[in-house]
Design a protein around this ligand. Sequence first.
Ligand code: URA
Ligand code: CA
Length: 433
Amino acid sequence: MRMVDLIEKKRDGKELSENEIKWVIDRYTANEVPDYQMSAFLMATFFTDMTDKEITAMTLAMAHSGEVIDLSSIAGVKVDKHSTGGVGDTTTLILAPLVASVGVPVAKMSGRGLGYTGGTLDKLEAIPGFKIELSEDEFIQLVNENQVAVIGQSGNLAPADKKLYALRDVTATVNSIPLIASSIMSKKIAAGADAIVLDVTTGDGAFMKNLEDARRLAKTMVRIGALANRQTMAVISDMSQPLGEAIGNSLEVVEAIETLQGEGPADLLEMCYVLGSQMVVLAKKADTLVAARQMLEESLTSGKALAKFKEMIQNQGGDVTVVDHPERLLSAAYQIPVFARQTGVVTKLVANELGIAAMMLGAGRKTKDEAIDHAVGLKLHKKIGEEVAVGETLLTIYSNTTEVAEVVALIEANIEIGDTSKEPPLIHEIITE
Ligand code: URA
Ligand code: CA
C-alpha cells in the first residue's frame, strides 16, 4: 500500500476499507508515514467526511495503537462518562462518588485541562495530597474494594490519538466530526469501558457551536460505540453559559462538596442526576431511569454519596478534612467583586470567554506544559435568566494578584444584562441507538 494512493482515494470521496484505515493509523503511529502526508489525509477527511464503517475502523485502530486496559477483573458493568468539553464542568467530581455509592463500579481515567476547558485531574490535584498516578493493579484493587478510583490517563493510551491530535491542532483539522468522534471513542475503548455515557456539549463554550452539529457528533459516536460492542448513549447538553457557579480548580472542588451536601447549584445537580441515571441503567443497577434517579437522590440526601467522596479522597492519599472544611481550599489572596452596571435580567454569560478569563488568572493552561494555580477562578452569583440590580455583585474573581484589569474587561464584555431573558434548557436531547 502507498499513502499517496490512500490520500487520493480519500480526496475523491471514496470509502477506504478497514485494512486501509488500519494501515494508515499503524504506519503513522510507527513514524513511517510522515506528518505532511498525514496532514493531507486529515484535510481530505475534513472536506469529504467518513462513513460509519471508516470511523469505526479508525476508532478501533487508534484504540489498539497502544495499551488497552483490561477491567475484566472488576465485577459488574464498567460504565465510563465523557464530556466533549465545557467551562466549569464539575460533573465528574460529583458523579464518580455518587454513582459508585449506589454500587456502580467507577474506574475512571481523566485528563488535564487545556485552553479554556478544565480537566478533572487538575481539579482533583487541588485537594492536598491527592494522588492521580496509581499502578493498574492499585487502580483495579481500589475499584474492587471501594467501587471508585479516578486516575490520570496512562501515558501509552491511544498514542495514535496523541500524535494525531497534535497534528490536527496545527493543521486546522480539529473541528471535524469523524476526527473528533474517533479521537474520543478510541480513548474510551482503550480505557476499558463496557458502556459509555457521552455528554456532548453545545454552545459558545463547546466544540459544537450549534445543535445540529452536536446532534451529528452524538449520533456518530453512539453508532460507532455500538459497532465496537460498547453500549453507548449521549446527552446533548447546553454549554452556552458555564455549568454551575464555580470555574477554577479549588472552587470547583468546593462546589462538588456543596453539591454532594445537597447545597450546590441546581443546574449542576440536575446534570449529575441526568448523566448518573443513564450510567446506573447501563450498569444494570436499575431497570428504569426513574428508578435510577431515585436511587441517586436517596444516596445524596442520606449522605452516602458524600461519604463515598471522602473514601475516594482518603484512598488516593488526599486530605479528607477539606470535605468538612472546604474553606481551607479557598486560599486565593484576593476576592474581587464585579458589579452590575445596570438593573435588569442576565441575558448572556459567554462560557468560553469566561473560561478564558479564568485561564488568564492562572486556572488553566495556554500551553500543554504550563503550571496552573489551583486557588484562582471565578464564582458566578447570577446566571442567565436571573434578575440583577445595579451595583449588585455579578461574580467574584478569586485571584493571587490585584492586576486584574484585563480580566475584568473581558468578563464585562461577555456578560449582558437586558430586559427579558429565558434560562436556556440544560439538556437539549438524548441520543440512543
Ligand atoms: N476531545 C478529544 O479527546 N478529541 C477531540 O478531537 C476533540 C475533543
Ligand atoms: Ca462548575
